[in-house]
Design a protein around this ligand. Structure first.
Ligand SMILES: Cc1cc2nc3c(=O)[nH]c(=O)nc-3n(C[C@H](O)[C@H](O)[C@H](O)COP(=O)(O)OP(=O)(O)OC[C@H]3O[C@@H](n4cnc5c(N)ncnc54)[C@H](O)[C@@H]3O)c2cc1C
Ligand code: FES
Length: 330
């Protein structure tokens, strides 16, 4: 076991064969994370002292970050005592992660390349999840891919997913060509830290592209259930697609909610916002010190939104993201 200490006084031990992230979580030290494959950059930390070794390419780090000593805790193991500069999420307790059998309850085409899948669990099982978290779906021969849960927990315990077809994708081929109602699958989760925190009194901005609207929908459903005193001051959803057909969901009526669909390749008949969600947000001149941003969807949108918003004055800790990067194991 190797002793790990963090800049804000947390201490835990890591086995030589486990990631710094897994070791932290095993000890109840919750670090921000999403993909767990070194691609998204959410679990970034800086090594102050000690030696670590990477188990996968750290694609989520820029060259400058590598030079400054940043690492990705999901794909790094300790080689000895390590001192890390990394934020943790404080006293948050995450729901238990489980592996459960499930069956397809319904399958429905939402647009040309998006399908809505509802999974049902056995009557004796349940999955607690915080709105915004994701699951891994495990199909035939152990094929495993990540999908955000598109609903807040429901009484019937069913789980809704919005799945985009990735050209030549192995799991996409299953969802779009072979999947049928009652198919038996397994799920593993809930995973990730893309859930609301510290939203009371803030201007909450939910940025999504494509099926990135799935966890945004779940977060909104969760917000409806929260007491008035922890509600944000305002909620704005910017949802981006290319064409009108990509906008397969309509926001419900909710107090203080503004819904802004944005198209990047709209035809002349479109009278809504055009371009990219992050630019439309900045064009609206948000009061950045009191704004809390949750961004979900394409990696490109998230990187651009994060760098532009930070340059414009958004405090670093007020930007959270879930990048829908490739979730195939490497
Ligand atoms: C935390 C998380 C949550 C996610 N939630 C959702 C969700 O709710 N809905 C959803 O539609 N997708 C979601 N994704 C993305 C989804 O897991 C991948 O798109 C999926 O892995 C594609 O699987 P596949 O087997 O069809 O393609 P693969 O066989 O894995 O890949 C085929 C080819 O496409 C590339 N590729 C795969 N995925 C992507 C991608 N996302 N972007 C660009 N290129 C890609 C691969 O590099 C490969 O070249 C999420 C990903 C993560 C990490
Ligand atoms: S890079 Fe570690 S969680 Fe995505």
């Amino acid at each position: 076991m190797h002793p790990i200490s963090t800049s804000n006084g947390r201490r835990y031990e890591a086995r030589p064969d486990e990631s710094l992230l897994d070791a932290a979580m095993r000890h109840g030290v919750i670090l921000d994370y999403s993909c767990r494959t070194g691609r998204c950059g959410t679990c970034k930390g800086r090594v102050i002292a000690g030696d670590t070794i990477s188990t996968h390419d750290e694609l989520g780090l820029s060259a400058a970050e590598r030079r400054q000593g940043y690492i990705l805790t999901c794909v790094r193991q300790a080689c000895g005592p390590v001192e890390l500069e990394v934020d943790d999420l404080g006293d948050i307790v995450l729901p238990e992660v489980k592996t459960l059998p499930c069956r397809i309850q319904t399958l429905e085409r939402l647009s040309q390349d998006v399908v809505r899948v509802v999974l049902r669990l056995p009557p004796t099982s349940g999955l607690d999840a915080l709105p915004g978290q994701y699951i891994d779906v495990i199909g035939a021969e152990g094929l495993r891919r990540s999908y955000s849960i598109a609903n807040a927990p429901r009484a019937d315990k069913q789980i809704e997913l919005h799945i985009r077809e990735v050209p030549d994708g192995v799991m996409s081929h299953y969802w779009f060509q072979r999947a049928k109602v009652n198919d038996l699958l397994r799920l593993h989760g809930p995973l990730g830290t893309f859930f609301l925190r510290d939203q009371a009194g803030k201007d909450l901005v939910l940025l999504a592209t494509g099926t990135g609207i799935a966890p945004v929908k779940a977060i909104l459903e969760g917000l409806v259930r929260l007491a008035d005193e922890v509600q944000p001051r305002s909620i704005t959803i910017y949802w981006g697609g290319r064409h009108r057909d990509d906008l397969y969901w309509q926001a419900p009526d909710f107090p203080r909610l503004r819904f802004v669909p944005v198209l990047s390749r709209a035809d002349d008949a479109w009278h809504g916002a055009r371009g990219h969600v992050q630019n439309v947000l900045l064009g609206d001149k948000p009061d950045l010190p009191s704004t809390l941003v949750y961004a979900c969807g394409s990696d490109a949108m998230i990187h651009s939104a994060q760098s532009q918003l930070r340059a414009a004055g958004l405090p670093e800790r007020q930007f959270h993201s879930d990048a829908f990067v490739c979730s195939a194991a490497t």
